[in-house]
Every structure is written in C-alpha cells, then in structure tokens.
Design a protein around this ligand. Structure first.
Ligand SMILES: Nc1ncnc2c1ncn2[C@@H]1O[C@H](COP(=O)(O)OP(=O)(O)OC[C@H]2O[C@@H]([n+]3cccc(C(=O)O)c3)[C@H](O)[C@@H]2O)[C@@H](O)[C@H]1O
Ligand SMILES: Nc1ncnc2c1ncn2[C@@H]1O[C@H](COP(=O)(O)OP(=O)(O)OP(=O)(O)O)[C@@H](O)[C@H]1O
Ligand SMILES: NC(=O)CC[C@H](N)C(=O)O
Length: 667
C-alpha cells in the first residue's frame, strides 16, 4: 500500500511441474522473491498442478503439498507481500480445491472453491467437493487454527481482499459479487482455464464486466503451459482489471517462443481511492448490500492502522499503471473512428431534437470567429441540417470583427462560410461598442473618447496601449454586443466548451448564453481533436487545410487589441495556463474527487505533449481550483446541451455545486 491509494498486485503463472509440489513450491518462491508487490497471486492448484487427475487421491501428493504450503508461508515472513496460492486441501474425509492466503510468515486464511466444473473437459467433481455451509469455520494446519470459508475478507490498509477460484467467476452470481457488497475492493481469482479458440477474449470480457459491476480491482492468474498436455493446453493468462477497464494482461501462449517452461507475470498498481470514490457516488452499489445473507469475517493483515492518505506513506518510485495525459481524447485504436463518429452523432442528434421543436423556417445563427469552438459548433450544425434535409443556407454565420480581431481569424471565418455554403453576414461591432463606451462613460483601456472618436481612430490609439494593461469592461462589452446581435437573428447555437465553463473563461450573459449549446460537455482538448479528425476524415482540401489552420490557431477570445504586427496578443493559455493541464485537472477532480496532492502526483506521471515544470503544474492547478470555485455562478445558468462523455458540468445533471463554496480546503 502506498500513498494516494495505490495497491500493487502481481498475477503470476510460474513454470509448473505436474504432480511435483516441491518443484512448484520452489518456482513459486523464486517468483515471489523477484517481485515487490503488495499482493502476489498464483494459479488454481498451482502447488500440485491442475492436471493431476486421479493422483489427487494419492497421500504422498497431498503430504508434499502441505510441506510446501508451510514453507512458502514461512518465507513470507521476510517481506511484506500477501501471497495467494492454490492447492488441494483435505478436510475430514474429502478433498477441496482451495486458495491459501499467506502473510507475515503465517497462513492467514483458506478459501474453498464454490463451483466445481464437471462438464466437457472438466472433472473436478470427481476429485473435490465444493464449499458448503457446513464447512468448519477454522481448520488446523501445522498446529494452528486457520480461518476457513468463503466468508473471509482480508483487510490490508485500504485494501479488502476477497478470493474466488476460476469457475466461480463463470457462474450467474459469482462469490466475488457478494464479497464486493460486503466491502471487498480487491477481488482475486486463482484459475486453471485451458485455451481454446477465442476463450481469452471471453476471460477479458468477464474480468472487465465483473470489475465494473463490483467497482473493484480484479486480478486473475491462470495455469501455464507446463500443465499436462494430455488433452488440453493452458496458456498462463494473467490479467488485472479495474472498474471495467483492463489495466494489463500477459499470456504465455503468445510469448515470442512459447514452451512448456514459459512463465507469465503481470503487475499493476490499482487505485483504491478511485474505487472508493465511485462506490460512494454510485448509490445503487450500496443498495445491493441489503440482499446479503452472509456475515463476512475480516482477517486483518496489516500491523496497525494503514490508511493510504497518510502523509508519511511514500509513493513507490515508479507507478505501474498508465496515467492518461489526455483523459477526454479518444485513443489511437481500431475504435478511434467509431468513437469520434459517436461523439459527432450525439451532438448532432441532440441538436436535431431541439430544432425539430421549432418552426422549420427558424434561422440557426452562429457567431463564426475562425476559432475552434465556433468551428466545431458549425460542423455539428451542418450535419444536423443535412440529416434533417434542411438547406445549409438556413444557417446564418455571423462574423463580427471587433477591436481584437486579427486578419488571420477573420480570413478563416470567411473561408468557413464560403466553403460550407451557409449564409454569411459580417457586422463590424466596433461602432456599436464605441457608442456603448460613450453611453456608460467608459474609457476603453484608459483612452479618453468623445463624440468625435471613430472606430478607426480608437483602433489606432489602441496600438499604443501597453500590452500589460487590461480592461474587462472593454472585453465584455464586445462579447455582449455580439451575443445581442446573434440573439436578434434567430435560434442561437452556443459554442462555449466545457473547459471554458470549468474556468469561467467566458463573458456572463454573452458567449456564456445561447439557445442550445452542442459543445457544453466537450472540453477544449477534445474540441481541437475533433476539428482535426473532421479535417482528415470528413473533408477534402481546401476545407481540410482550413480546418487544420483553425486547429493550429492560438486559442484567444480576441477581445484585446492585436500586437503591432497584427498577430494575436491575447493568448488564453498564456494567461490562465495550458488547457491540456486544465482538462487533466478537471477530469481528476470532477470525475474522481481526488485531492490536490494526488492530482499533482498523477500529473507528474503523465506524458503531456510538452514537458511541464513541476512549479508550472502546481501554479496551473492553483488557477484551476481558484477559477473553478469562483465561476460556479456562471455554470449554474448555462443553456441546455448534451452530455457526451463521463464528465459534465450541467447544473441540472452532473454537477450541482453552490456558487459560494470556498476553495481553501481544496488548495
Ligand atoms: N459568485 C458570483 N455570483 C454572481 N455574480 C458574480 C459572482 N462573481 C462575480 N460575479 C459578477 O460577474 C462579473 C464577472 O463575470 P463576467 O462579466 O463574465 O466577467 P469576467 O469573468 O470578469 O470576465 C470574462 C473573462 O472571460 C474571458 N473571455 C470572455 C469571452 C470569451 C472568452 C473566450 O475565450 O471564450 C473569454 C475574458 O477575457 C475575461 O477574462 C463580476 O463583475 C460580478 O458582477
Ligand atoms: N469575431 C467574431 N465574429 C463572430 N463571432 C465571434 C467572434 N469572436 C467571438 N465570437 C463568438 O463568441 C464565441 C466565443 O469566443 P471564443 O473565443 O471563446 O471561441 P472561438 O473563437 O470559437 O474558439 P477559441 O476559444 O478556441 O478561440 C465564439 O465561439 C463565437 O461564437
Ligand atoms: N478450472 C476451472 O474452473 C475452469 C472452468 C472455466 N469455466 C474455464 O472454462 O476455464
């Protein structure tokens, strides 16, 4: 157990010698010595081999197995790993297929298999008897009373471990389901699952779904190719899943040159704090506890209290799990295209539903800036019009150059209108803004104006304003005039993305408001990705080139005057920090409720598109928390829009937070 709730698990399948406990015990201990995990899991009946057949009835096999069990238990005194091994175990007049949990030099408990496969290639009912409610609560091994039963949970710090054996997972209600309801968050399975065509995929599906259903980590170690090949082949499939996601897997069968001596090990750090968060949030998980009919017994493995948020606990030097730097962006995979198509489809269908409620003649108005967000909204609007067989010309694209607009984005905006065939209209907002400044007696960026000032003369004076001078009124008047013009044109399609909502990087009652916002749950990193994806997959040049140009433009509200050379001076990421970091923080905080220290730790493990100094990461996280808390008042009244990913900030749905909350405790 390390700080931040990481619990390291190894699922291992050593080279096995059929019916030779001494050799198997040795191979098991050699593997344990090489590992530095909190828990090491071995296959079903691993101390004898699964394929011993009628030899399971031989006294010498069972005697030799017990010698090895005690030997491995004793060796566990020299390290702090929890070891789980599989063996045949005699109880009174019968033999059972069991798992023994070993820790700190002791056998801590023994769990029998509940469901014995006795069909097709399996004959377990011939050798073993299944767990029964008549089983004794303790058994004597080497003179010690050891807890015995399927009602055992092993507690180690934040980890609560439950054990099941192979076929148990294949049944309609696996024992691990009940154990999870009783509090187990680390489920382990000792298995001997032979390989047939396609069976590995089935195991993966079972693990993913059981770990997701139980909101738990699930580790699985299956017997390897050293098992008897009289009738079957065993591929040593080892897997670790967590909450519906396969973290890693290995198979001897797929090793470069697989032989009967090939061993497999897979090691991952599972995140127990993440699981605890989801169990707390997903109330229906707890509801299931009422159906529990068994009282579970807890065996405490830790020496004293051990909580993963204790500050003196150190993280391990390297984390054995991938920390995704871009949690919102679909990964390069065979499913990439269908994922992106799905996102566009969700946005589009949502918009068609809303449009279908309006008279067909209602114009759809979008402010086209030549920036990323309005471009994505336009792409969605085009799809919606095409799907509803409405003319593209029913979309009105308004370009509204102001005091900060650059030639670069103006050209992009005009090109977008031309190439997509929508109705374009340009309104220079500078005169309207100037009139507003005069009416409210505002000196834009400190410049004195009067009735003789023109838009051009003000623009000229703005060139000499020092670049560090700010003026929120100057910015917000422009943004609000644009929205006022759009609102007078029909149904206004919102463009603001989820990252801007998280940070409050929008003007209240301006770009913050619309009739419907298709980007409401799309964070900035995903907006950029989708525009690039659309460029490459749905369009041809010159539109492809144009969309890439938009995606490569620095992100900016363009509300402050451009630099002397006409380039964008007000770069959003230079003032509030990289969206790549903010989106990472947004995901870790809203999706998992992680502490500041853990978010920083994770950020340091992630491979961002550029190396960020630790001090910059810390500074940006402080900006994130400060802005996230201060700007809930903006989120509390956002327009309707669809949730498309696992995180949404809709105040009506996913994120109900008071506008007056204090961020101190989070910093
Ligand atoms: N807790 C609270 N509850 C209710 N009202 C609260 C409040 N805190 C402030 N306020 C009020 O709200 C006002 C602040 O909100 P607001 O008027 O929006 O103004 P504000 O958030 O101060 O400024 C807008 C920011 O968004 C940026 N922006 C604007 C437009 C587009 C983009 C873009 O790139 O997408 C970025 C712009 O550069 C500027 O930094 C305060 O003056 C105060 O009156
Ligand atoms: N010059 C402009 N002409 C028309 N609409 C504009 C203009 N500038 C801003 N807007 C509208 O205001 C919205 C908010 O501006 P903002 O800068 O956040 O978005 P963007 O330019 O589309 O993308 P990005 O934030 O990535 O630069 C735009 O999406 C657009 O609808
Ligand atoms: N050992 C077992 O319990 C094997 C049964 C399991 N259903 C399998 O097919 O792999």
């Amino acid at each position: 157990m390390t700080r931040h709730g990481f619990f390291r698990i190894s699922a291992a399948s050593p080279a096995v010698s059929v019916a030779n406990p001494e050799a198997n015990g040795r191979a098991t201990m050699q593997l344990i010595d090489k590992l530095d995990s909190d828990l090491v899991l071995f296959p079903e009946l691993g101390l004898t081999g699964y394929t011993c057949g009628d030899l399971f009835a031989a006294d010498s096999l069972i005697d030799a197995t017990m010698v090895e069990l005690v030997r491995i238990a004793e060796s566990s005194a020299s390290h702090n790993q929890i070891i789980v091994v599989g063996l045949p175990f005699r109880i009174d007049d019968s033999l059972m297929n069991v798992a023994a949990v070993l820790h700190a030099g002791r056998i801590k408990g023994i769990v029998p298999k509940s469901y014995l496969p006795t069909y097709r290639e399996f004959y377990e009912g011939r050798h073993f008897r299944p767990a029964s409610r008549h089983d004794p609560p303790h058994v004597i091994v080497d003179g010690q009373a050891i807890p015995f039963g399927t009602d055992l949970l092993f507690a180690f710090g934040d980890a609560v471990i439950a054990v099941e054996i192979c076929e148990d997972l294949w049944t309609p209600i696996p024992p691990s389901s009940r154990a999870a309801l009783a509090g187990a968050n680390v489920l382990v399975n000792l298995s001997a699952s032979n390989d047939t065509i396609g069976k590995a995929a089935w195991r993966r599906d079972l693990l993913r779904s059981q770990s997701g259903r139980c909101i738990a980590a699930y580790a699985y170690a299956s017997a390897g190719p050293g098992e008897s090949s009289s009738d079957l082949v065993f591929g040593g499939h080892c897997l670790i899943a967590e909450d519906g996601v396969l973290l890693d897997e290995a198979r001897s069968l797929l090793a470069e040159r697989p032989t009967s001596q090939t061993e497999t090990v897979v090691t991952c750090d599972v995140d127990l704090q993440k699981l605890a968060h989801d169990r707390q949030v997903i109330g229906s998980f707890d509801d299931g506890k009422q159906s529990l009919q068994t009282e579970y017994r807890r065996v405490d493995l830790s020496r004293g209290p051990l909580r993963s948020n204790r500050e003196d606990l150190q993280p391990r030097a390297t984390l054995l799990r991938k920390v995704d730097a871009h949690p919102f962006v679909p990964k390069q995979s065979a499913e990439l295209e269908s994922r992106c198509e799905e996102i566009f489809a969700m946005q589009t269908v949502a918009l068609t539903k809303r449009l279908a409620r309006l008279p067909e003649t209602t114009p759809l108005a979008i402010g086209i800036s030549g920036g990323l967000d309005s471009t994505l909204a336009l792409l969605v609007a085009l799809r919606a019009c095409d799907a509803m067989q409405r003319p593209r010309r029913s979309i009105i694209g308004l370009t509204m150059p102001g005091f900060g607009t650059t030639e670069h984005t103006k050209t992009s905006a005009n090109d977008l209108i031309k190439l997509t065939g929508i109705t374009g209209e340009t309104i220079d907002i500078r005169d309207l803004c100037l009139n507003t400044f005069l009416a409210i007696r505002h000196k834009p960026l400190g410049i004195s104006i009067d009735s003789s000032t023109t838009a051009e003369s003000l623009q000229e004076s703005l060139r000499d304003v020092p670049s560090d001078r700010g003026d929120l009124t100057f910015e917000n008047v422009q943004a609000r005039i644009r929205t006022m013009l759009l609102m007078s044109r029909g149904f206004v399609l919102g463009t603001g993305d989820m990252s801007e909502q998280a940070l409050g990087w929008c003007t209240y009652n301006a770009d913050h408001i619309s009739m419907y916002n298709v980007n409401t749950s799309i964070p900035k990193t995903l907006v950029r990705f989708l525009v690039r994806f659309a460029a490459d997959h749905y369009h041809e040049d010159p539109t492809t080139e144009l969309l890439h140009r938009v995606a490569d433009t620095p992100i900016s509200p363009e509300l402050l005057p451009p630099a002397a050379d006409g380039s964008i001076r007000q770069e959003t990421e230079a003032s509030i920090g990289a969206y790549e970091l903010h989106d990472f923080f947004l995901y870790q905080f809203v999706r998992y409720g992680f502490r500041r220290e853990k978010i920083l730790f994770l950020a340091k493990q992630a491979s961002f598109s550029q190396p960020f100094e630790n001090s910059l990461i810390e500074k940006t996280l402080a900006v994130f928390f400060d802005r996230f808390f201060k700007n809930q008042f903006k989120r509390n009244c956002v327009p309707d829009g669809p949730k498309v990913g696992s995180v949404s900030l809709s105040p009506r749905g996913d994120w109900r937070m008071p506008s007056d909350a204090d961020s101190d405790a989070f910093l």
